[in-house]
Ligand binder design. Structure first.
Ligand SMILES: [Ca+2]
Length: 313
């Protein structure tokens, strides 16, 4: 589904409880509304109710068999210290306009922000004054080190949480130097808003469907939270499809036809070329808003492994 920037802004400022109560209020008001002059406010509530119904009623298929089984890259994070430099590099600093999202953190490669310990990669967001920013964290990338077209890309992670905490496991088209975002394409395997620790979001961005117009789907973990245990986040990606998984649940299936439909034929499928991997922990930004008084620091994204497979052909 397309999340417009309006919805992203609106949803990010609403808790689930508010959305639920809005949906309930909407039901109660439906009768009266039919006879009332439709106001701008009531249209807004109706759309929110529809959106809530849509997200809440989506059913998910399950699949336990991985179709890509030949390992091409893995990091189990078995060696303490800095991450393996043959696989991982770092994006440092604040980027342009907070990495395009008005993010608040300064990314470093210091052990305070990124270190491998006891079999885990730890990416930690700290609240501290550093080079003009109020937060520090880290962003790892396999750019120019590892890239692949198609396959299964998965990471086992325990997510941090709290308002304004934004972890992500994602990919960018390896030609992004020549073909700037969103031209090269982006596949967000896992991201979530720390204030909604049960709701995972999987998204693609490309020419004609980027930022607030990206093609996205949410998955709500039943009766659980992503910050209280480890989960495997992955995609299986081939010609003409990207399947999104959390653990054994297939929760999203994106095809060129979906992009065609969602963009009225304007969007371009750019997922038939190599992509590289990124893992980062952002603080704040337009996607989810800043930390608030309840947000606890430090927050750590814990990664048990990253594994990539290709087909056996
Ligand atoms: Ca491990």
């Amino acid at each position: 589904m397309v999340l417009t920037s309006y919805w992203i802004t609106f949803i990010s400022t609403q808790s689930n409880e508010v959305l639920e109560s809005t949906a309930k209020k909407m039901k109660m008001n439906m009768k009266n509304m039919q006879t009332q002059r439709t106001t701008r406010a009531s249209i807004k509530y109706l759309l929110v109710a529809c959106l809530f119904t849509f997200l809440g009623c989506e059913t998910d298929d399950t699949q336990t068999v991985a179709t890509f089984t030949q390992l091409t890259m893995s990091d189990e994070f078995d060696t303490d210290g800095a991450p393996d430099s043959s696989i991982w590099g770092f994006d440092i600093g604040t980027g342009q306009d907070g990495w395009g999202n008005q993010e608040l953190q300064y990314y470093t490669d210091r052990p305070d922000n990124v270190i491998v310990q006891n079999g885990f990669l730890l990416i930690t967001a700290n609240q501290e004054s550093f080079e003009g920013s109020n937060y520090t964290s880290a962003r790892l990338t396999t750019k120019d080190k590892f890239e692949q077209r198609y396959g299964r890309f998965e990471a086992r992670m325990r997510l941090p949480w709290g308002h304004g905490i934004w972890p992500a496991f994602w990919m960018l088209g390896a030609d992004d130097d020549e073909n700037p975002w969103p031209g090269a394409g982006e596949i967000d395997i896992m991201e979530y808003r720390g204030q909604n620790p049960s709701i995972l979001i999987g998204t693609v961005h490309g020419p004609g469907y980027s930022g607030g117009e990206s093609i996205s789907k949410e998955y709500t973990l039943p009766n659980d939270r992503f910050d209280t245990g480890f989960h495997v986040f992955g995609i299986e990606w081939g010609p003409n499809y990207i399947n999104y998984y959390v653990d054994d649940v297939l929760y999203n299936h994106i095809t060129p036809e979906d992009i065609d439909e969602e963009t009225d034929g304007q969007g371009v499928w750019v997922f038939d070329k190599p992509f590289y991997i990124l893992i980062n922990l952002a603080v704040g930004g337009t996607f989810l808003g800043p930390p608030n008084a309840e947000t606890e620091f430090p927050q750590t994204l814990i990664v048990d492994y990253v594994r990539v497979y290709k087909s056996n052909d």
